[in-house]
Design a protein around this ligand. Structure first.
Ligand code: UDP
Length: 502
């Protein structure tokens, strides 16, 4: 055991290494901003990402440029993941993420690679090399425990999926031992209870597990990454979670027992807003797509709490059939709606349905959309959710979207696709009771219409009341002396004093 005190002669220098997708990049740029600002720039930060993510940040957002401009000790380092670079529409997707993760992990383990040099020294250029005193890496990079040990650099994992999702990942080996995985071929089907995820026994069902559990195959590359994460994650010197103490339930004590050096600093975006002057953060965007801000003016013209915001995030895609079911459900519900249709998010591209070819669509959908809807390709989501006209969010339940909705007190209709989204949707509906779960694989127009009416009309007050209460708890957590406020201070202190040991 080498105490980190040996590196105390150097300046604190953190390398931040997110997964190359919107959610983690967004979160970790915010964390970089907080570290730089709250440490009064005594900590140097190197942000390590792929060339294609960096190019897209430069093209579509201003956060990267602002950080570089405001903090001389902030730098980007980029590496190629070796995959063919596509245009913005094709550059994402879950499959691409898995390939990219595997490629980046391979480079991290390869002696002499640029990525490994950045992890160990902040750069591959001898004149720019400075000792790295801590790596903050996404929890999905299971290889980082060994890599950091070889480089003799402390590792703090930052998990950008939800703690409840993380806990199901960490319990995969347990579920296999208990024969909850693979699913038994029995009469109970997807409604069967899962009892081998401690703390969630009363509400977790097969259908609430991540999609890779549904056809469990230990040779599947995603399962291999998850199994590696389950084994390695607890071994890091510290763990950062984007949550706040008051949000978490019974299972959380188990995570804490495995990872005692835990920093709950969420909701990260709210922590940033409250710690760094509002004026500075208001117009900052970390988007990988061009935001269409015209939807804010459209929202200005709508009555309070009348609009359902619809988005499935940055990775998920839907089929043309699903698109039509959602669309009919929206129109039949008579609700107003703001719908993000990300380029490339409709699976069969030839059949992609953009605003331009509305004439191919049944008249009632076209008319209803003109009267009550607004469709954009990418929205400034945090600002949208904060807008007074928003009354509900039909979401895929990605963790960032879920937290952003919680912060603004917006009740949700959950239509999860994969990763942590299934379990998030269960917790939103069953534990926090601030939304409705679309029963995962049952996205028909009738279901969509009924759920929208339930959320926006018949049970609106009930959901709003609980969502408002939760939003208040989030605000308290990041306010002075709140749990996440203190946890963030603690993290920064530990980074500044280089208190992590390897
Ligand atoms: N987002 C956005 N504009 C959009 C849709 C999404 O800025 O039109 C942002 C959203 O605010 C969130 C992120 O993209 O921060 C999506 O992350 P999440 O974890 O919800 O889902 P993922 O994209 O990883 O599936």
């Amino acid at each position: 055991m080498e105490d980190f005190v040996t590196k105390k002669t150097t300046t604190p220098h953190v390398v931040i290494f997110p997964l190359p997708i919107q959610g983690p990049v967004n979160c970790m740029l915010k964390l970089a901003h907080l570290i730089l600002s709250l440490s009064r720039a005594t900590v140097s930060v190197t942000f390590l990402t792929t060339t294609s993510i960096h190019n897209r940040l430069v093209r579509h957002s201003n956060a990267a440029a602002r950080l570089v401009h405001s903090y001389p000790n902030f730098r980007f380092e980029t590496v190629s993941d070796g995959l063919v670079e596509h245009d913005d529409g094709d550059a994402q997707g879950a499959l691409k993420l898995v390939e990219s993760t595997i490629a980046l992990e391979r480079q991290a383990q390869e002696e002499g690679s640029k990525l490994r040099a950045v992890l160990g020294h902040g750069s591959a250029e001898p004149e720019l090399m400075t000792p790295v005193t801590c790596v903050l890496a996404d929890g999905f990079y299971g290889c980082m425990v060994d890599v950091a040990k070889e480089l003799r650099v402390p590792l703090v994992y930052i998990e950008t999926i939800s703690p409840c999702g993380l806990w199901t990942y960490l319990c995969v080996p347990n579920m296999v031992r208990a024969r909850d995985l693979p699913f038994q071929d029995d009469e109970e089907g997807l409604d069967a209870s899962i009892t081998s995820v401690p703390g969630m026994e009363t509400y977790l069902r097969r259908r609430d597990l991540p999609s890779f559990c549904h056809a469990y195959d230990p040779n599947n590359p995603v399962i291999q990454l998850v199994l590696k994460e389950a084994q390695e994650f607890p071994k890091a010197q510290g763990h950062i979670l984007n949550t706040f103490d008051e949000l978490e339930g019974d299972y959380f004590a188990h995570i804490r027992a495995l990872c005692p050096n835990l920093y709950n600093i969420g909701p990260l975006h709210l922590n940033l807003k409250s710690r760094i002057q509002q004026e500075t953060t208001k117009s900052i965007s970390n988007s990988l797509w061009q935001e269409d801000r015209s939807c804010l003016a459209w929202l200005d013209a709508q009555p309070p709490k009348s609009v359902l915001f619809v988005s499935i995030g940055s990775l998920a895609s839907m089929t043309k059939d699903q698109l039509m079911e959602i669309w009919h459900g929206l129109i039949n519900s008579k609700s107003r709606f703001l719908w993000v249709r990300r380029p490339g998010s409709i699976i069969n591209k030839d059949e992609d349905t953009s605003q331009d070819d509305l004439e191919m669509i049944p008249d009632d959908l076209v008319e209803g959309t003109k009267k009550r809807g607004c469709i954009v390709s990418w929205a400034p989501q945090e600002e949208v959710l904060a807008h007074g006209a928003i009354g509900g969010f039909l979401t895929h339940c990605g963790w960032n979207s879920t937290l952003e909705s919680i912060v603004e007190g917006v009740p949700m209709i959950c239509w999860p696709f994969y990763v942590d989204q299934q379990v998030n949707s269960r917790v939103v509906s069953e534990v926090w009771k601030i939304g409705l779960d679309m029963n995962k694989d049952n996205c028909t127009r009738v279901v969509v219409e009924e759920l929208i009416k339930e959320l926006m009309e018949t049970r609106r007050d009930e959901f709003s009341k609980r969502a408002d209460k939760m939003a208040k708890l989030a605000a308290q957590a990041v306010a002075e002396d709140g749990s996440s406020y203190n946890s963030l201070n603690h993290l920064i202190d530990d980074i500044v004093s280089m208190r992590f040991s390897i």
